[in-house]
Design a protein around this ligand. Sequence first.
Ligand code: BGC
Length: 758
Amino acid sequence: MISPKELVSQMTLEEKCSLLSGADFWHTRSVDRLGVKGVMVSDGPHGLRKQEEKGDHLGVNDSIKAVCFPAACASTASFDRSLVRKIGETIGDQCQHEQVAVNLGPAINIKRSPLCGRNFEYMSEDPYLAGEMAVDLIQGVQSKNIGVSVKHFAANDQEHRRMSSDSVVDERTLREIYLPAFEAAAKRGRAWTFMCSYNKLNGEYASQHKWLLTDLLRGEWGFDGYVMSDWGAVSDRVKGVAAGLDLEMPGSNGVNDALVLRAVQEGRLDEKYVDQCVEHILTIHQRYFDNAKPDTPWDQEADHALAGKLAAECMVLLKNEENILPLKKGEKIAVIGEFAEKPRFQGGGSSHINCFRVTTLLDALEAAGDAYTYAQGYSLKGEEVDEALTAEAVAAAKAADKVVIVAGLPDSFESEGYDRTHMRIPANQNALIEAVAAANPNLIVLLYNGSPVEMPWVTLAKGLIEGYLGGQNVGTANRAVLFGDVNPSGRLPETLPLRLEDTPCYLSYGGEGNTAPYTEGIFVGYRYYDRKKMDVLFPFGFGLSYTTFAYSNLKLSAEKIRDTDTLTVSVDVTNTGAVPGEEVVQLYVGDRESTVFRPLRELKGFDKIALAPGQTKTVTFTLDKRSFAYWNTAIHDWHVESGIFDIQIGTSSRDMVLSAPVEVESTVRIPVHFDENSIFMDIMADPKAGAVMKAMMAKMGSAFGSGEDHGGSTEAASEAISDEMNTAMMNYMPLRGLISFTGLTHEQLKGLLDQLNA
Ligand code: BGC
């Protein structure tokens, strides 16, 4: 078998350049002379959107009938790695069956603002959670020898001006918030391909960003697959080839390949870059061809059932006053809202699946033989209140023991391609909820939405379920949770804020013209709300169950560690209720004192466990340097400051139930350099330089000003200058002050600096 490298060496420059872009919307090119075959790629990420005829990247034209799993907004809410792995494995099998070599997903950009039109497709506001879930999804797909394409790399967190906006993100924020999920996807997920994003990052298009595509992705993270462009993301193809963009999609009818060819011929581009790109692409495709199994069966019925089973694990129970849920057989139930018969279960755009079947809530109630009445309540076509529909809904509510209203965001309210401008659900739905609540207080609201919404009626609902976009068998999942056949165990992968104005990037989201400054820095999602002690509608990580859990026995493997050690943390969790249930055990780490701005606490571990009533299980986590570190911009590396860290077990980012301290000692000394403008405080904080300074101060005695006595001993003087002020004056004094105030010469100051920097 001839290796990709050898193949490349046998190709003409023209042949190699032709392989740098797609043959059409979904296929890569072939070189028949050498037996090099093209492959097919298809979207993702929550199903297979294989377009056999007319291709497009917006979900306009039909794709083959397929199965839609819960979208990432929902599947991430499961906090269940095995669940997304299962989705990945199933999609991998489907791709094998359909001879699709690469499934275009997962999409793992950070939910910076609830307004992003594509949030439904993204995983979380938290980079650790997004990274963990991405790794299992990737490994699931790739275990079937189908590639993923991790997208959209990077800092692609808005749809507004999506092909021209420039995400301006500082180094630390990039490293701590916007890159870790991609890092996990490359390092641990071992993704076959990455997809670069449309936007610019700090002034350069991602499609031609050498630092991003080569230095970081390949150099630091060890990525050995190929990078394709998002569809139409290429600006300067020649620059892109040298920067590490291997494949342009969907292609440019050969126009850009010709530019690359000419650049090589004219000596403006080294041919080795072309060779590398082709080799990367062929290596991955060979992996697929070597393991292609077109006879893999695709049982759509079985996948439909699976989609429903998994969706039930993703529902987040947010309120359950007076244990209004689960519903009981025999209760008179009114189901209200057009979504009950026309559910919204996936988002619009390139991820849109052509479902072979959709099971609505009404279908599921019918199938289970449940007695219920139904009223449409509102029209999904507009926002106008329809008096007749309202009256019918109110009458149904009055005649029922309990009411379930299905509400949320219609397709036009959130989609790929544009951002939302507000967080409201349609006005007619809000009005309906209020009217129905007045008629019957036993109200449960079930939401279909891909991103947080305002809930002006939240106190009126005794029961509340965040259903997200649950995939094509959403109805079965909803029914199972409503009736308690499945005990809800989803947790919010994002904070639900009270109002848009509260969100961290409210003042700068979307940007000015093409410039999108990430002004809130690392304070995204709960990192912001928790630091600011702000009220939120529901916090990150929150979700209820039909049972209760108790935590005990938090144990750390050590009281003190070095930053090169690992720390083992264990905690016991008991199901203290009457029914089986699953708990998401969340571990947060907070640095008590830091010289840099840090979040109050950050998620560094989670595990989902199933417990029978009365059962106890021990959950164990291993923390390493990254669990304690922040990105230090002086050393351009992760760094842990020595000090006490709190290891906390919480039921959300807000509610810590157990906590234990650990002392972490840094093994890295951040190099410091002092000059005449360095201030005393900073010098004294450095153990070595501080000692030099102390010795020198002692030598100089009172001429120097000791801090206790500022030179004036009269009462008037001490009224004018308090001890606090004197100390502050000293602390903030630059070294050059020694020249002004103690008569030190420039020569002597230079000598002192040499000692301090020694
Ligand atoms: C989207 C990608 C998608 C591609 C192909 C683009 O518009 O941003 O996520 O994979 O189209 O459909």
